[in-house]
Design a binder for this molecule. Structure first.
Ligand SMILES: NC(=O)c1ccc[n+]([C@@H]2O[C@H](COP(=O)([O-])OP(=O)(O)OC[C@H]3O[C@@H](n4cnc5c(N)ncnc54)[C@H](OP(=O)(O)O)[C@@H]3O)[C@@H](O)[C@H]2O)c1
Ligand SMILES: *[C@@H]1O[C@H](CO)[C@@H](O)[C@H](O)[C@H]1NC(C)=O
Length: 377
C-alpha cells in the first residue's frame, strides 16, 4: 500500500515539463519508497487540465507525456481536450477550479501546489491554498519576492512549504540554511555568486578578455537569457538575495536592495534595441570594467558579481574578492555560496555546483515534493 502525494503543477515550461518526465521515470523508485505522486492537474498561462474527479482520479502517465510533447511543440494545454476523463478550464475559471480542488483535497487526502511558472499571477492561488492546509512547492521566485504580507502568508506553516529551486536550482542552499538556523547557529554573512551567466562572465574577464567578447560568447554558449541584459541587470540575483535575506529574518522588499547593473540606464531595453546593445553599446562598457579588473588584480583580488547579505544589509553587485577564496576560484557557470555563522566562522560553509538548467531545477522540485510526504495521510 503506497502513500499518495496529490499535486497540481502550475507552469509547463522547460522546468515543469522536465518535472513531469522525472515523475514518470521515477515511478518504480518511488514505489520502492512506498510513495506515489498523483498528478491531478496541470496548468499553463491560459488553461488548466484537471481530473474530472480529483478525489479518485489522476492524470495517467501517457497523458502527462503527451502534455510534454504538446507544450514543447508550442501548443496550448487546451488543445489536448478530448483525450480522456478530465476537464479543461480556461482563464479565471482555472484559478477558481484550483482553489476548489485545494479546498476539497487540502484537508482530506492532502494536496501540493507546485509552482513552476515564472509569473506573479499564481500568488493569490498559493496564499489561498496555504489557508486550505495545502503544501506549496516553488521553483518560481516571484511569490517569495512580492510584498512582506504575501511572504508572511506563504511561510506561515514552515513545514508546508519548500522552495529549494528558487536559489541555486537543485543545490541544497535553502535546506542547508534552514538546518543551520534551526540549530540556533546564527548566520551573519552570506556571499554568493548566484547567476551562472555572471559567474562565467566575471571569471573570464580575469584572463584579460573584454566584457563585450565574454558576453557575446556567453550568449553563444546559451548561458544567457535571450536578451543578456536580463542577466546583466542583476535583477534575478536580487530576487535570490531577497529570498535569502528574508530567510535570515530581514523584513525587506526588492526596492530596499542596492543593485548594481552592469549597463547604464541609457542602454536599457526600453531605450536601446538588443542589436544595438550587442553591437555597439557593450563596447562602451569594456574600458571601465577592464580597469577595475586590473586594479583588483594588483591586490591579489578578482571581481565577482555577488549578493552580500549581512545582519541588516543586502546588496547585489561587483565585489573584489581574494583570488584563493571559494568565490575567487570560481570558473565557468557554477554557482558558489559562502555561508558564515558561529560554527562556520573562519572557514565558511561552501555550496557549489550547477545553479541552473531544467534538469537540475526540476530534480530540486521533485526532491522537495518527496520531502513533504509525511504531511500526506
Ligand atoms: N530554467 C532554470 O534553469 C531555472 C532555474 C531556477 C529556477 N527557475 C524558475 O523556474 C520557473 C520555471 O522556469 P522555466 O524555465 O520552466 O520557465 P518557462 O519555460 O518560461 O515556463 C513558464 C511556464 O509557466 C506558465 N505560466 C505562466 N503564467 C502562469 C500562470 N498564471 N499559471 C500557470 N502557469 C503559468 C507558462 O505558460 P505558457 O506555456 O502558456 O506560456 C509556461 O508554461 C521560473 O520561475 C524560473 O525562474 C528556472
Ligand atoms: C530548458 O527548456 C527549454 C524549453 O524546452 C529549452 O528551450 C532550453 O534550452 C532548456 N534549457 C536547458 C539549459 O536545457
Amino acid at each position: 500500500m503506497s502513500k499518495n502525494i496529490s499535486l497540481i503543477l502550475m507552469g509547463c515550461g522547460g522546468v515543469g515539463r522536465q518535472l513531469l518526465q522525472h515523475i514518470v521515470s521515477c515511478r518504480s523508485l518511488h514505489a520502492k519508497q512506498g510513495i506515489h505522486l498523483r498528478v491531478v492537474g496541470v496548468s499553463d498561462s491560459k488553461s488548466l487540465l484537471v481530473a474530472s474527479d480529483a478525489f479518485t482520479m489522476e492524470l495517467p502517465d501517457d497523458f502527462l507525456l503527451e502534455v510534454c510533447r504538446a507544450k514543447s511543440n508550442g501548443a496550448s494545454l487546451s488543445t489536448l481536450s478530448g483525450y480522456g476523463e478530465f476537464q479543461v478550464l480556461v482563464n479565471s475559471e482555472s484559478t477558481k477550479k484550483i482553489v476548489d480542488v485545494a479546498a476539497f483535497l487540502g484537508k482530506s487526502t492532502g494536496l501540493a501546489l507546485v509552482d513552476c511558472s515564472a509569473s506573479s499571477d499564481t500568488i493569490p492561488v498559493l496564499t489561498q491554498a496555504v489557508d486550505l492546509d495545502c503544501c506549496i512547492v516553488m521553483a518560481n521566485k516571484k511569490p517569495l519576492t512580492s510584498t512582506m504580507e504575501d511572504y508572511d502568508k506563504l511561510v506561515s506553516h514552515p513545514r508546508h512549504i519548500r522552495h529549494e529551486s528558487t536559489v541555486g536550482a537543485g543545490l541544497p542552499v535553502i535546506a542547508s540554511l534552514n538546518r543551520i538556523l534551526s540549530s540556533g547557529d546564527p548566520v551573519h554573512r552570506i556571499i554568493g555568486s548566484l547567476s551562472g551567466t555572471l559567474g562565467y562572465v566575471m571569471s573570464e574577464l580575469e584572463g584579460g578578455k573584454l566584457l563585450s567578447q565574454v558576453v557575446r560568447s556567453a550568449k553563444n554558449l546559451g548561458y544567457t537569457e535571450p536578451d543578456p541584459r536580463d542577466d546583466l541587470s542583476g535583477m534575478d540575483v536580487a530576487r535570490k538575495a531577497l529570498i535569502l535575506a528574508r530567510l535570515l529574518g530581514q523584513r525587506i522588499n526588492l526596492d530596499d536592495i542596492k543593485i548594481e547593473s552592469l549597463y547604464p540606464e541609457e542602454m536599457a531595453p526600453s531605450v536601446m534595441s538588443i542589436e544595438d546593445f550587442l553591437g555597439s553599446g557593450l563596447l562602451l562598457l569594456d574600458k571601465n570594467i577592464q580597469e577595475r579588473v586590473s586594479k583588483a588584480s594588483l591586490d591579489g583580488k578578482v571581481l565577482r558579481y555577488v549578493c552580500v547579505i549581512e545582519d541588516s544589509s543586502c546588496e547585489v553587485g561587483i565585489q573584489e574578492l581574494p583570488k584563493d577564496s571559494a568565490l575567487g576560484r570560481l570558473r565557468g557557470s557554477d554557482n558558489v555560496l559562502e555561508v558564515y555563522s558561529r560554527c562556520y566562522k573562519d572557514q565558511p560553509l561552501v555550496i557549489q555546483g550547477a545553479g541552473a538548467g531544467n534538469d537540475t531545477t526540476a530534480a530540486g522540485v521533485l526532491a522537495d515534493i518527496v520531502d513533504i510526504q509525511d504531511l500526506f495521510p
